[in-house]
Design a protein around this ligand. Structure first.
Ligand SMILES: NC(=O)c1ccc[n+]([C@@H]2O[C@H](COP(=O)([O-])OP(=O)(O)OC[C@H]3O[C@@H](n4cnc5c(N)ncnc54)[C@H](OP(=O)(O)O)[C@@H]3O)[C@@H](O)[C@H]2O)c1
Length: 273
């Protein structure tokens, strides 16, 4: 066994060596969906600060322009466009624009999600399920399918899905949304072995309660937060940048042996399926 390892190192002197700057993403092109606010914007900042050219998008042109201006003011290389991930033509436009303006794709952070329903799961309708599954799960898969050939052309890449603590423990009144987030754990595990052949790693991050517009109804409500705090080790809500850093780690060479995994970043809330 050892002889075999030494032979390998003689014929391939770089095998087993790690570069100096494993966290650098210089020269990489990263598409981050739903990235004009909250966790998506923080992911764009984290990837951009590590040297990636980031492509930000969301539904509203004004939000795209604001995010692009902010990232430029932080000396981050950035391109922006509108993209509603629920629309096939928008997904294709995002990928085409990235190829034309940035020359390739190395990273996809699939971050977009909707939640149009609060209530007892049995009161949810077929339309609600169609909307939630279409944006939160199907679009995540279809975006991945669109970018994979381009990552393969570059010799590999990284896909990161943004799930939720709700994937592990469905949140009260958020049944369909929680189920969609559990599906992303499965999607991560289903894609990882197939894409490993193309040197593409597929991972997932499951944030806890993070202070963004999306979760305002949770962190603004003292009763709800008191209940959450009982479950937290770190007795506060998380910040978007605390998820952005995890995403950047997963996309970097520091995570070169990690695929098919979900990292929970929940301030210590217990996460078990
Ligand atoms: N905040 C939390 O506590 C928390 C916890 C666990 C998981 N998450 C997950 O984290 C992700 C981001 O949430 P967030 O809290 O960062 O939300 P946020 O701060 O409200 O930001 C949402 C972003 O998504 C864009 N967006 C919404 N619908 C879109 C669509 N159909 N297509 C493209 N862009 C869309 C919005 O811009 P436009 O309005 O311009 O489209 C905005 O840029 C979601 O997947 C969410 O499920 C959040």
């Amino acid at each position: 066994m050892l002889r075999c390892v030494f032979r390998c190192l003689r014929t391939n002197p770089t095998a087993g060596q790690r570069g100096m700057s494993q966290s650098s993403l210089a020269g990489k092109v990263a598409i981050i969906t739903a990235s004009t606010d909250g966790i998506g914007l923080a992911a764009a900042q984290a990837l951009g600060r590590r040297g990636a050219h980031v492509v930000v998008s969301s539904r509203q042109q004004a939000n795209v322009e604001k995010a692009v201006a902010l990232l430029k003011s932080q000396s981050i290389q950035v391109t922006g466009t509108t993209c509603n991930v629920g629309k096939g033509e928008d997904r294709e436009k995002l990928v085409q624009m990235t190829l034309e303006q940035c020359g390739g794709i190395d990273i996809l952070v699939s971050n977009a999600a909707v939640n149009p329903f609060f209530g007892n799961i049995l009161d949810s309708t077929e339309e609600i399920w169609d909307k939630i599954l279409s944006v939160n799960v199907k679009a995540a898969f279809l975006m991945t399918k669109l970018v994979v050939p381009h990552m393969a052309k570059r010799g590999g890449g990284n896909v990161v899905f943004v799930s939720s603590v709700a994937a592990y423990q469905p949140m009260l009144a958020l049944g369909p949304y929680s189920v969609s987030k559990t599906a992303l754990l499965g999607l991560t595990r289903a894609l990882a072995p197939e894409l490993a052949h193309s040197n593409i790693r597929v991972n997932c991050v499951a944030p806890g309660i993070i202070k963004t517009r999306f979760s305002t109804t949770l962190w603004e409500n003292d009763d709800i937060m008191d209940e959450f705090k009982r479950q937290l080790c770190i007795k506060r809500v998380g910040l978007p940048e605390e998820i952005g850093g995890v995403i950047a780690f997963l996309c970097s060479e520091d995570a070169s042996y990690i695929t098919g995994e979900t990292i929970t970043a929940t301030g210590g809330m217990s996460c078990r399926l």
